[in-house]
Write a protein that binds this ligand. Structure first.
Ligand SMILES: Cc1cc2nc3c(=O)[nH]c(=O)nc-3n(C[C@H](O)[C@H](O)[C@H](O)COP(=O)(O)OP(=O)(O)OC[C@H]3O[C@@H](n4cnc5c(N)ncnc54)[C@H](O)[C@@H]3O)c2cc1C
Length: 381
């Protein structure tokens, strides 16, 4: 039961949304809690999602994508996130950040060799964060030293989504001092000299295979450099601008699913001889959640549409990501309250949504970093 929905979808958009919703409800929902409990990723379902065209919605058709826009990608990821947040997160990183990075900054050979694989269900990762550098990405220390026709990479990457299962990964490493000394590289699973260690006890996103990766004399051919040396950080910021819109859409999807579950429970659960949905206190909580969701959705849609029209929209993106991620957390927290003690059990949809939602005020730029960004636009400094 969705009580807040998109308005003014074209027939094609509504069809795409309906297809994604059906896939989420019929394929993702049934095993999501088990996968969350077991920290197990559904690779078979991932391949099915690829066949159904849900991976690489905005990748051009000549690279095996759907050739649609960021808005359509948001429509799909919103629905899939409501079915299984870890699954949607994987698509957003694999096709969105890894595939999107290669699409915008890669050579023709890099695009042609990797992007069709990603849209057909190969797993991609995108790794900038290190133990010593998260919000302050420009301080990263992983190093890539040029040696003849190759680069030799040494260092590590932290919190890499699908860092255990990736076939291709975009990483950022230092080729010179300073923020203009960071370069992007394409790493393949069968390259020698890298090792992944699972971070199995993440609070949420437990089936998205978060890992730490170590590079020890990992030698890659010079053609694996993406774009020009020293442009890595600028490439990352451009790619994250789209990624943050999609992240906002996933927050909307999780929040909607959490509210739907809470409203359903409230109508079935009785106290004092009536369904708890009769009590004004709970109705107020649900009304607040509906308003949070509707507002977040409008902000995400606006940011996506400006981007699709070719606009420079970092301001709208920062505001949408910040609001949607915090709204999602509020909604999921209310969801637990509405479920009473049953919401406090980890292996319930309410518990999973709350744990999964928690990452979004951290990932792809924390709330504090986003407040800094928004205030910078206000004061132009
Ligand atoms: C489950 C999960 C998956 C992830 N997946 C990926 C991935 O696939 N690829 C990847 O590269 N990274 C990934 N990340 C990393 C994520 O993007 C970082 O955790 C995030 O950028 C924050 O960095 P940090 O953890 O080092 O925190 P820090 O940067 O150390 O921040 C600590 C605190 O200080 C605050 N802070 C820092 N700087 C400022 C400032 N200037 N002003 C105000 N406050 C500030 C932060 O907001 C935060 O509250 C993932 C993280 C998690 C938990």
């Amino acid at each position: 039961m969705s009580i807040v929905t998109h308005t003014e979808l074209t027939e094609k958009e509504a069809l795409l949304q309906a297809e994604a919703r059906e896939f989420a409800q019929q394929k993702l929902v049934p095993g999501a809690l088990e996968r969350d409990r077991d920290a197990a990723f559904a690779l078979d379902l991932y391949k099915e999602a690829a066949e159904a065209g849900f991976i690489g919605v905005k990748i051009p058709e000549n690279l095996a994508g759907r050739g649609l826009g960021l808005f359509e990608e948001c429509l799909v990821l919103e629905e899939l996130a409501g079915g299984d947040p870890s699954f949607a997160l994987t698509i957003s990183i694999s096709a969105g950040l890894c595939g999107g990075h290669l699409l915008h900054h890669g050579s023709d050979a890099q695009k042609e060799s990797r992007i069709p694989e990603l849209t057909k269900g190969a797993i991609g990762a995108w790794a900038i964060t290190e133990r010593v550098a998260g919000s302050h990405a420009a301080a990263l220390e992983c190093e890539a030293r040029r040696e003849g026709d190759a680069y030799v990479i040494n260092g590590g990457k932290m919190f890499v989504t699908q860092g255990m299962a990736f076939e291709s990964m975009v990483i950022f490493a230092r080729t010179a001092e300073g923020k203009d000394g960071i370069s992007a590289f394409l790493i393949e699973q069968d390259d020698q000299g890298h090792r992944s260690v699972p971070l199995a006890q993440t609070l949420g996103m437990r089936s998205a295979g978060t890992a730490e990766i170590f590079f020890e004399n990992c030698e890659v051919p010079a053609e694996r450099l993406i774009g020009e040396e020293g442009t890595g950080l600028r490439q990352a910021m451009q790619v994250l601008n789209d990624g943050r819109v999609v992240l906002g859409a996933m927050c909307v999807g999780i929040a909607q699913a959490s509210l739907d579950a809470a409203a359903d429970h409230a109508q079935k659960r009785e106290a004092f001889g009536r369904p708890v949905s009769d009590f004004a206190g709970l109705r107020g909580l649900m009304a607040e959640s509906a308003i949070d969701i509707a507002t977040a959705r409008e902000m995400v849609v606006a940011a996506a549409k400006i981007r699709d029209a070719g606009g420079d929209n970092r301001e709208e993106v920062a505001m949408a990501k910040l609001f949607a991620s915090e709204a999602c957390l509020r909604v999921c927290d209310r969801g637990i309250q509405i479920h009473g003690g049953y919401g406090y059990i980890a292996e319930t949809p309410a518990g999973m949504f709350w744990r999964d939602a928690r990452v979004f005020t951290l990932g792809e730029g924390t709330s504090e970093v986003h407040r800094n960004l928004v205030s910078r636009y206000l004061f132009d400094s």
